[in-house]
Design a protein around this ligand. Sequence first.
Ligand code: GLU
Length: 482
Amino acid sequence: MEVRTRFAPSPTGYMHIGNLRTALYEYLIAKSQGGKFILRIEDTDQGRLVEGATDLIYRTMEMTGLHYDEGPDIGGDFGPYIQSQRMGIYMDYAKELIEKGKAYYCFCTKERLESIKETNEEGAAFAKYDRHCLSLSPEQVQANLNAGMPYVIRQKMPDTGTTSFTDVVYGEITVNNAELDDQILMKADGFPTYNFANVIDDHLMQITHVVRGSEYLSSTPKYNLLYEAFGWEAPTYVHLPAVMRDAHHKLSKRHGDKSFEDLLNEGYLVEAIVNYIALLGWSPGGTTEIFSLKELEEQFTMEGLSKSPSIFDIKKLTWMNSEYMKAMDFDKFYALAEPKLKEALDGTDLDLKKIAVLLQKRLETLNDIPALVAFFKELPAYSTELYTHKKMKTNEEIALSSLEAALPVLEKLENWNTDSIHDALMDLVKELEIKNGQLLWPVRTALSGEPTSPGGAMELADILGKEESLRRIKEGIALLQK
Ligand code: GLU
């Protein structure tokens, strides 16, 4: 049987890290087995609809490379793929269940339902429907329907026995049927509940693997009873543990945790985010951590999924992001860096490509660019303490004499480029019989005014140009003479 998975997001206006991980695993389960990956938009909670939210889902899938084989915007044999366009489908199935004795009409008013909650000792949250309407005779039901009384349709749970299923991640799950609530399948407005619609949709779309958050684990026996009632085969379930902020808290957008869009805005690369997310709950079994999407497709197996919750570690993502930038083709890196460089160095005629070369190897995120390159535009006010560096064996006194020695040498230099600056400075090191760092650190410091900089003395001097470099060295000398 062909493997078919679906990503079924509700258009909320942003992409949770956990949701993106679900999408990725659905995609990988399908692709690693030569199957199909389907996008279904679950937009029936009209109260939560956000303008443009569905487009954001399409865009996210496109950016991340999670290309689906069927979906609202590309079609397929099992559409419509937008739940709100499927509203005519569900009532007939609900009625089929009534005929089979697996569901029933319920005419209870809100007031009555509230009153059972109040009388239930366990409190409202655990209040089960008391099956008041299950005892209505077919004649009473018909009379109520004829009178136009509002109704819902409820699933009739078995009174005895247990329902079990084996989850790929959590293993065998068993519940006592007596504990299950006769959940609503069709609401009074004639629309299905999520709990009903997802079962019908997954069946009609021939979904073989359902991947979703572990918060759905307790509802799954109810879904399985629906499959059983219809005589359909239930899918394989893959429930995923929550992505955590720390040992005790789930990642939560509402509590300020970042969405996929937030991470992009903070300068993280799509590829690095996808790679990092793949490892939040799945382990490849070796020590390799860097995987392209293509490599993930080849290596992914469901056995590598873990039920212990993963903590979202921004430091790890940041490390991964820098690895991706280092490994990236320069032109691609430059295309990403250029807008930020242009903005930060607006009004200068600095060679942005040369700066980008220096940045590529030491950048954590693209958003670090402005702060890292600001000194190229304007030398910051700095303290002469920066000239003291233990490892470079320099202090303010040595720095002053090194800068004073470097100035005339550089002034004389006609051909200004990294190599010529390098040769001139290294000759000077020999002549003065000092350590490299005792000359290069002071020059680097005078040129940048920063404790660290992308690039050393020669690269900075080359990029800043002769005139500006000499000016900054003179400024350094003046500072140190004070
Ligand atoms: N629309 C549901 C959600 O976003 C989908 C859950 C599922 O995958 O079945 O939580």
